[in-house]
Design a binder for this molecule. Sequence first.
Ligand code: ADP
Ligand code: MG
Length: 320
Amino acid sequence: AEVVQKIAAGEVIHLPVNAVKELIENALDAGSTHIIIVVKDGGYKEIMIRDNGCGIHPDDADVIANRFHSSKIRSVNDVYNIQTFGFRGEALSSMAVSGKLTIVSRKADSDVGVRIVVSGGTRTHTPEHGLDPGTTMVVTDLFQTYSPSEVKASVYRLTSLVSRYSMANIGIKFILNTPSAAFKSPRIETTEKAIWIAAVLGVPKVFEEHISSKHPSFKAEIYGTPLREIKPNTRSSKLNFTCFVNKRLVTVVALEALIKSHLERGVLTCDSVVAFLTVDPSMLDVHVSPTKEFVTLRNSESVMEVISESFGKVIDERLE
Ligand code: ADP
Ligand code: MG
């Protein structure tokens, strides 16, 4: 049974970035506004994440990080549920089965917090005093061997992951320390998404395009760094494309291809584009793979057609 569990765990947590994504989503689910991530060796050696969210009740010390233990009750029709299908109550248990998970947490309304250590088949928990409200999780021993180049690649992936979550979560303070690279959310007060995203990307401004449609029913917001002309027949620099569908970070191959083809048509380049799509949950097909979440949209031709027409106009205006 242990082997089966380990195999299952390996499918979920393939790279440090997979673990960090799960931990960030948990912190966001807990209502956190401050999320600090510190990793050693690109997360291969250790991942530490601290949040100021709702915390974990000491009564949960016996069950937390058990397979399928989840406090998140979601209806079947809830898109979040559909998207996390397969990971429901599995992230922490995977980390605790293949590695060692230390949880130190206090709820704002309890005086005493709890320290829980789960590793393989063993579990201990003790009361912990003097904690700020919120949760700290430390994951170690998840990866046995890794090379310097894997560490380097992981630092890059983590920086990109955290900056993406930062773009989507206006006002939330993310800090990542790797320590060879670091990321910090902008320290600005704004409710304007375009201003926030520009600040995260470190550019003076971004263009924005809002698209909505009744049939098919969806909304899209596209933000991007300024478009630049390139010489014909030169390779454009790589587009850093980010897509959130119903608040979840996913890969939508068709949308990325569409944006790229319009840029190519205009002989233009652009460093970063981030798209936020809001669709009816029934339109989503989610394929969860170890490294990425891919989404295909049912009826995607008509959605892509509407987006293409709108984004095409942005390019056309540039070309006039
Ligand atoms: P899921 O997120 O699908 O519920 P996880 O294994 O990721 O499964 O987490 C299991 C449970 O642990 C969550 O349902 C939640 O109750 C609790 N939990 C995990 N991370 C945090 C956190 N940062 N703050 C508060 N509770 C948490
Ligand atoms: Mg989770």
